[in-house]
Design a protein around this ligand. Structure first.
Ligand SMILES: Cc1cc2nc3c(=O)[nH]c(=O)nc-3n(C[C@H](O)[C@H](O)[C@H](O)COP(=O)(O)OP(=O)(O)OC[C@H]3O[C@@H](n4cnc5c(N)ncnc54)[C@H](O)[C@@H]3O)c2cc1C
Length: 284
């Protein structure tokens, strides 16, 4: 509702909203700037490309990235199936891999979709979990079972490509790694299996390369995010600005909204400068 109100307000200001337009496929940024008559572009494409475990069996039916699981369940209203025609597997036994806020969200949504058992599998201990304390508390309170110091090794199917189980290995903590957290080390011979029918890797997300691949002259940092000036969102390419998760990496709504406001002012200044000559602002 709040988002709808914001969108309506922006439309009332005179903004034309073009939906179903994937930039980098339908048009490139260069086409928008050089052929379609746009004077500036603001890239706010987020960090929506989910990361996976990279273990055998990750393509079995029943393995969803947290993004897909939450998008289907909530945004596409699969919880109202068949009133809404988005299918989602109604899970009985679920394992969520990871321990950030999105992992907690996914585990709790799985419970609310009717799962009998939801495990949260994490390779370190609770002390190292990146999720907010409140999220951890609420997940436990709602009945999520934490399986700590455990890492998945491979998924197993029923012979027809449907997820049946996950094989895991126990871990122990060694010396701190570059993140400052103690490094998890596999305990040899400690493999065991858990029966599950849905698995949800919730390992974070990164920049989707779709649009960025069509902008070879845009400078990215070593993690693949756009390098932009903090105060203006100005990038290495003239007329191209960027903000939100695509600059900071996965962060928060409030930071993305703040960037949008700052960059809007900077684009306004840029356009004034672009169309300013000695006699004043040039009418277009
Ligand atoms: C499950 C989950 C829970 C979260 N919970 C919270 C929370 O509780 N509080 C909080 O503050 N933050 C939360 N976050 C983080 C928050 O959602 C992001 O930080 C924020 O949405 C980033 O805003 P953004 O505008 O940069 O990108 P996004 O909100 O990701 O928007 C990017 C948009 O660009 C579109 N897009 C991408 N590529 C293209 C393209 N090539 N062409 C056209 N359009 C494109 C996408 O479809 C998307 O609509 C959560 C994130 C996730 C995944």
């Amino acid at each position: 509702m709040i988002v709808e109100r914001e969108v309506d307000y922006i439309k009332k200001l005179g903004v034309e909203v073009v939906t179903n337009a994937v930039i980098g496929r339908l048009f490139t940024v260069d086409e928008l700037l050089n052929e379609k008559g746009y004077d500036a572009c603001f890239i706010a494409t987020g960090a929506g490309l989910p990361m996976f475990l990279g273990i055998p069996g990750e393509n079995f039916n029943g393995v969803y990235s947290a993004n897909e699981f939450l998008t289907r369940a909530n945004l596409m209203k699969a919880y109202l199936f068949p009133e809404y025609d988005t299918p989602i597997k109604r899970p009985k036994r679920v394992a969520v891999f990871g321990a950030g806020n999105v992992a907690m969200d996914s585990a709790r949504v799985a419970l609310r979709l009717g799962a009998e058992k939801v495990y949260l599998v994490y390779r370190r201990s609770e002390a190292e979990m990146p999720a907010r304390k409140a999220e951890i508390h609420h997940a436990k309170e709602e009945g999520v079972e934490f399986v700590l110091l455990t890492n998945p090794v491979r998924f197993l199917d029923d012979g027809k490509g449907n997820l049946r189980a996950v094989e895991c290995i126990k871990m122990e903590l060694g010396e701190p790694d570059e993140s400052g957290r103690r490094r998890p080390i596999p305990v040899e011979g400690s493999e065991f299996q858990m029966e599950i029918d849905v698995a949800i890797p919730a390992l974070g997300a990164k920049a989707n390369p779709l649009l960025l691949k069509t902008l070879p002259d845009l400078k990215l940092n070593r993690r693949g995010y756009i390098i932009a000036e903090e105060e203006t969102g100005m990038t290495s390419k003239t007329g191209v600005f960027a903000g939100g998760d695509i600059v900071t990496g996965a962060a928060t709504v409030i930071l993305a909204m703040g960037a949008g406001k700052k960059v809007a002012r900077a684009i306004n200044e840029y356009l004034k400068w672009k169309y300013w000559d000695v006699s004043g602002f040039i009418e277009q």
